[in-house]
Structure formats: C-alpha cells, structure tokens
Design a protein around this ligand. Structure first.
Ligand SMILES: Nc1ncnc2c1ncn2[C@@H]1O[C@H](COP(=O)(O)OP(=O)(O)OP(=O)(O)O)[C@@H](O)[C@H]1O
Ligand SMILES: [Mg+2]
Length: 218
C-alpha cells in the first residue's frame, strides 16, 4: 500500500487545492508514481489536472504528467483505494467539513499524514483551531501549514504561536505569491518554471512531507 496525504481545512481558500497540486507535481518530479484524489464537488484539483493534460498534449509535451481522480464522501473508501494504490496519494477535500464529519474523521485516521493549510489571520485561526482539536480527539496528529504568510509581521508570529500551543506546525510556511494562482489557470504550478521565487518553499514543503510519510525523494 502506498502513502496517503490528506489535505483538509474547514476554512475556504486556505490553499488546500494549491498545496495538493504542488505536492503532486513535486512527487512526480521526484520519480514517484503519485496520484491526486479530489473530494471537493467544485473539482478544483481535477479541473486543474485536465487543463494541465490539455496543455501538455498541445503545448508542453515535456511537462510532468499528473493524474487526479474524482471521489465522493459517500464512497470515500473507493477514493482511498485509488489514493493508496499509487506510491503516494494526495487527497484534496472541500472546506465544509461539517457536512461529512464522520467521513472526514475516518479519512483522517486512514491517512499517513494530515496537512491543514491555514491563512495567517484571526479568522483563519478561529475556523481552523476547532478542527485541529477535533482531529486530535480522534488520535490524528494534523500538521498546520501556514500559507500566504508574511513571516516578518507580528500577526504571523502570534498565529503561529497559537497553533504551536495546541499541536504541530509545519516548519515551512508558504509566502503569498502571485505565481501560486497565475500559473494554475493553465494547469501549471510555479514548479513548471525555473524563474518563480516560490519554488524554494514549495520544494522545502515537499522535503518535509515526503520525509514525514517515510518517502525519501529520488
Ligand atoms: N501561497 C499563496 N500565495 C498566493 N496565492 C495563493 C497561495 N496559496 C493559494 N493561493 C491562491 O488562493 C486561492 C485559494 O486557494 P485554494 O483554491 O488552493 O484554496 P482552497 O483551500 O482549496 O479553497 P476551497 O476551500 O475553496 O477549496 C487560489 O486562487 C490559489 O491559487
Ligand atoms: Mg480547494
């Protein structure tokens, strides 16, 4: 069985899909047989993968290939079978965890790693903190990934301290960079260009998560 990374956060727009896409491209680039699984009915992850495949066929034949399956909470085990059938499965989920508390809980317990992307505002904290505590009460050890972060400002340090007081925080935070969203429209990531300033933190995040699940990058 392969490893599964679940990306979950009750707060919308915290970067679940963006992080899922980037980790999938990192994993494929490292030579792993990785797949994405998209549980969000809005299908941001799988639509991105379709756009990527279309671009790859027409314009960028050398671009790293990705495969993203669509799944539903009703049949979450099938989605998990697809994720764990590869050497690494990256599972993107929707923000409305309340509508599938039981399924999300079971999926979190089944995953090798649960990443919880979070912005660096009090609103993000207020939404995400109860979810961290709920996961912990099930024996899961989620790791908060601070996203769209400005590590120099006081609010970032305060939010980080609050999360450190209750659980684990990823040592890599992702800065707020245009490239994260501008590249995604064409099914790309900022890893598909050598020029982006965002490459280093994304690669650092990949190093962290791949080691956390016991995969040493090729
Ligand atoms: N570090 C970042 N810097 C700049 N933009 C970012 C960053 N991370 C994500 N984004 C952008 O922010 C928007 C929201 O991100 P994304 O869609 O990944 O969030 P999400 O948590 O999946 O949202 P939802 O809860 O609606 O599924 C997207 O346009 C994405 O490209
Ligand atoms: Mg999303």
């Amino acid at each position: 069985m392969g490893r599964v990374i679940l990306v979950s956060s009750p707060k919308g727009g915290t970067g679940k899909s963006a992080i899922s896409r980037h980790l999938l491209v990192c994993a494929q680039t490292a030579g792993l047989d990785a797949v994405g699984v998209d549980f969000d009915p809005q299908r941001s992850f799988s639509k991105w993968a379709s756009a990527r495949e279309a671009q790859r066929r027409v314009r960028f034949p050398d671009q790293i290939e990705t495969k993203v399956y669509e799944a539903t909470f009703k049949d979450w085990r099938s989605g998990f079978v697809q994720a764990s059938g590869a050497s690494l499965g990256i599972v993107d989920t929707p923000p409305n965890v309340e509508s599938a508390v039981s399924e999300m809980g079971q999926m979190s317990e089944s995953a090798d790693l649960v990443l919880v992307p979070c912005g660096c505002t009090t609103d993000d904290l207020d939404s995400v903190e109860p979810w961290i505590l709920a996961l912990q009460s099930r024996g899961v050890k989620p790791i908060v990934v601070l996203n769209k972060a400005n590590s120099r400002v006081l609010s970032f340090k305060k939010i980080r301290s609050r999360f450190l007081a209750i659980g684990e925080v990823c040592p890599v935070e992702l800065p707020n960079l245009e490239d994260f969203h501008t590249f995604s429209a064409a099914g790309m990531t900022l890893l598909d260009t050598q020029k982006s300033r965002g490459r280093d933190p994304v690669i650092d995040l990949w190093q962290f998560v791949s080691r956390s699940v016991g995969l040493v990058p090729a």
